[in-house]
Design a protein around this ligand. Structure first.
Ligand code: ATP
Ligand code: CA
Ligand code: CA
Length: 404
């Protein structure tokens, strides 16, 4: 099956940047250090400690010679991210192999509107996103709360961040590229057939693609949603409880504009008919290797669990889980869920809360004021963090229901 994105090979306009990034990560992650303690001192979160490492092409005492242009490299709060990686059970060698092994990264044709660039590692496990300075500021401001949130809730649905770095290119402009490394929520042995980016707001929340062009890579939005997600009872309770906790955290940090990313794998493509794009295959057909990563259930375990719903309670949140989706009529109004049609599909769901680095700053306040003149204020994506969290939660309560 065709992989998402364009491989960055020699000649690509971001080829050197990719090399710099890989050199930098190898330098940061490979550096020996004592195993971090989970009890971090407050000083670890101090963003002011700035250390730039110079990477001259000929190499230096601390850096290897390389084929790229000269650049400088900075890690933000390296000890915190090292500790987060430990908390997330990421093995340093595996991490480096994914990000800076021999394989090139792939660049996605910018999926968001913000202008950020996205890169995927060749094994699909990690996603790299370029950041605005303001997003870096927000993350550094909330980093200790973020860390504590994950210490309290290892089932949190919030995106896992593994590293925050900056590359400064030599040259008159001294261009800086800041980027974050996160887990790819939709990485699995299961083919993802549909993906939804859900916010709970309605204005502009529909794909601009005609129905005939919608495929597995189309990012569908709130108004495209024509499913109700049916979860087993105990599972639904855990899920809702975790959404509450995560929203509470984001609200306290004055964050808004985040979404719930949902990926769906349809268990029986044959019976799902037109839902599944032609050309997509079932996981057994594509014969990909089972990746038994520590943080994820293997496909074999998952298949076992799917056969025996009594074991579903043991599936952890934030990983994939079995569910049923009920097809509904799509309605292009505020009430997002239309009439159930009684059509059910067995799916494996993947999900998480993404894009959590927008705070309710002056631009968002202006956007809200400006759009409120023309539209219903509650339908606008930019609302204050409290309203945002409420609308998000309410929406999720509506579309995630108990399986009878
Ligand atoms: P905007 O601010 O306009 O929403 P953005 O540039 O901030 O855009 P994101 O919302 O972070 O971008 O991401 C855009 C899309 O990229 C998402 O809808 C999702 O499909 C994909 N994506 C982002 N983060 C992840 C992740 N951790 N795992 C998998 N897919 C992701
Ligand atoms: Ca977004
Ligand atoms: Ca964003």
């Amino acid at each position: 099956i065709k992989k998402q994105g364009e491989t960055i090979s020699k000649g690509h306009k971001n080829y050197e940047l990719m090399l710099n990034l890989q050199l930098g990560i190898r330098h940061s992650v490979g550096r020996p250090g004592p195993p971090p303690s989970l009890d971090l001192k407050a000083s670890a979160f101090d963003p002011k400690e700035k250390v730039w490492t110079r990477f001259p092409p000929e190499g230096s005492k601390y850096t290897p010679p390389h084929q790229s242009c000269e650049f400088r490299w900075k890690d933000y709060c390296p000890l915190v991210f090292r500790t987060l990686r430990k908390l997330f059970k990421v093995d340093a060698a595996d991490y480096m192999l994914s990000l800076c092994g021999n394989d090139a990264l792939r660049e996605l044709s910018s999926p968001g509107k913000s202008g950020s660039f996205f890169y995927l590692t060749n094994d699909d496990r990690y996603m790299i996103k370029t950041m605005k300075k303001s997003e870096v500021t927000v993350l550094l401001r909330m980093l200790s709360a973020y860390y504590n949130h994950f210490r309290s809730y290892d089932n949190s649905l919030v995106t896992k961040y593994y590293g925050l770095h900056c590359v400064k290119l030599n040259g008159p402009a001294q261009r800086k590229v800041r980027f974050i490394i996160m887990g790819n929520l939709l990485c699995s042995d299961y083919t993802i057939h549909r993906r939804f980016d859900l916010k709970g707001s309605s204005l502009g929340r529909m794909t601009d693609k005609p129905e005939s062009e919608i495929d597995a890579n189309t990012i569908l939005k709130d108004l495209d949603l024509n499913f109700l997600f049916r979860l087993q009872k105990t599972w639904l309770q855990d899920f809702r409880r975790q959404i509450e906790k995560d929203c509470e955290f984001l609200e306290q940090e004055r964050i808004m504009d985040y979404s719930l990313l949902v990926g769906l794998h349809f268990r029986e493509p044959a019976s799902a008919g037109d839902l599944i794009p032609s050309g997509s295959r079932t996981p057994t057909e594509n014969g990909g290797p089972d990746s038994d990563s520590v943080s994820r259930l293997s496909k074999a375990d998952m298949d076992q669990l799917l056969m025996d719903p009594s074991g579903w309670g043991s599936i952890k949140l934030g990983e994939h889980m079995p569910a049923r989706v009920e097809r509904t009529e799509r309605r292009e109004e505020l009430q997002l869920i239309g009439e159930p049609t009684g059509e059910f599909y067995d799916v494996v769901m993947f999900f998480g809360i993404i894009d959590i680095l927008q705070d309710y700053d002056i631009t968002k306040k202006l956007e809200h004021a400006y759009k409120s003149i023309q539209y219903d204020p509650t339908s606008i994506s930019a609302v204050d963090p409290r309203q945002y969290a409420k609308r998000f939660r309410d929406f999720i309560l509506r579309v995630f229901a108990e399986d009878e």
